[in-house]
Ligand binder design. Sequence first.
Ligand SMILES: *Cc1c(COP(=O)(O)O)cnc(C)c1O
Length: 354
Amino acid sequence: MTLTLHVDGERWRSHLRGTAELYDGIIPVIKGNGYGFGNRALARRADWLGADTVAVGTYAELIDVLPRFGGDVHVLTPWRPFWTDTIRPERMYDPRVVHTVSRIEDLAPMRAEAPEGTRIVVEGETAMARHGVDQHALTSVADELGDLVLLGFSIHLPLSEANLAEADRWAAVFEASKLAPRVTGTPVFTVSHLSDREVRALAERRPGLRVRPRVGTALWLGDRGAFRVTGVVTDRHVVERGERIGYRQRPMPVGGTVLIVSGGTSHGIGLEAPSSAVTLKQRATSVAKGSLGAAGLALSPFLVAGKQRWFVEPPHMQASMILVPSGTAVPEVGEEVELDVRMTTTTFDVVDLP
Ligand SMILES: *Cc1c(COP(=O)(O)O)cnc(C)c1O
């Protein structure tokens, strides 16, 4: 059962180098499923890229990243009093870790728990409204800082057009705050979701800050043409219209060939909204056209003869059943079929990266 991510290694590495040059001071983001590659592979790759700092999503992800990357590791999920439930304190307070602080009430317990020299950045709350201190509370943060080592500030921005303005507004708020004089060294200002041009514009406007873009998707997945995803045909059966097949024994709306293809729910296949027939209008269109969506089937990400094909029924744990209507060339058992997946929700059996 093999769901494989094929990577054109040379093309991917050249995209990584190009992106790292474009974004001055880049902090590669390594989190979740490692954008399809796995966090361990990305940690080693960030070292290869020459990054001095990477960011992880959670404290638990330090376990995979710290041993494989030599520089600083910034944890994006803010510090809370309960994270030591998920990771041993020696790891959590490794001297290479940079913590995010987003609430005033966290500072007292953090001071009590964290070893001397623990480094932090303070996050400001943006239009995202996920985490962050309100701009009016920065004075209280300064009062509660104690001897935590403040490296600077961070913000997390939505995927929106108005981000440069919001980033610049926050830069001004931080620079004018009582916290600014407490920073050790040149204050870093780490930001997400700005384009390379916006990062340069912000750095020019704010020469007192070291602007550092945190980039995940645009770095690891910025060149989609460098990847190809395939499943393998493990079986095929001719079926007639009306024949009942699958776990659910539903009658087939048309005749053709059913392909059993590697890739199922455990890989993340079929766990997102099907990319077609999702809106009412699209549904109405598919009913009008008499397509298989109207017969209650969902469109699969698997491509056969250049077209996305329908799931016979919801994908199984490691395999999917795909309907290829009569009159279409059917791949042989053992042949690969391509599929289009979301890289941040897919777990591959094999990453083929020469
Ligand atoms: C995930 C994340 C990023 C990186 O986002 P991409 O869209 O993958 O570049 C940056 N900052 C924070 C706080 C994040 O959670």
